[in-house]
Write a protein that binds this ligand. Sequence first.
Ligand code: ZN
Length: 63
Amino acid sequence: MAYYSICPRCGCHLDPQEKCDCETEEAEKQDFFSRHIEMSPKSGQLVFVFGDGEAAYEEKSYC
Ligand SMILES: [Zn+2]
């Protein structure tokens, strides 16, 4: 089974320990996104997760 993480900013597939170039300058924002964006196991899309459980689907472009 493939094991990878998704860049929360650009949607690139990364190795588990890898940091995407696009987020190195904005580590704090990256942390915010990592907390609030998850990949839906059903659709494979990135889902923005709010504290109250609501979620909104958001199109992400690939770099
Ligand atoms: Zn990226």
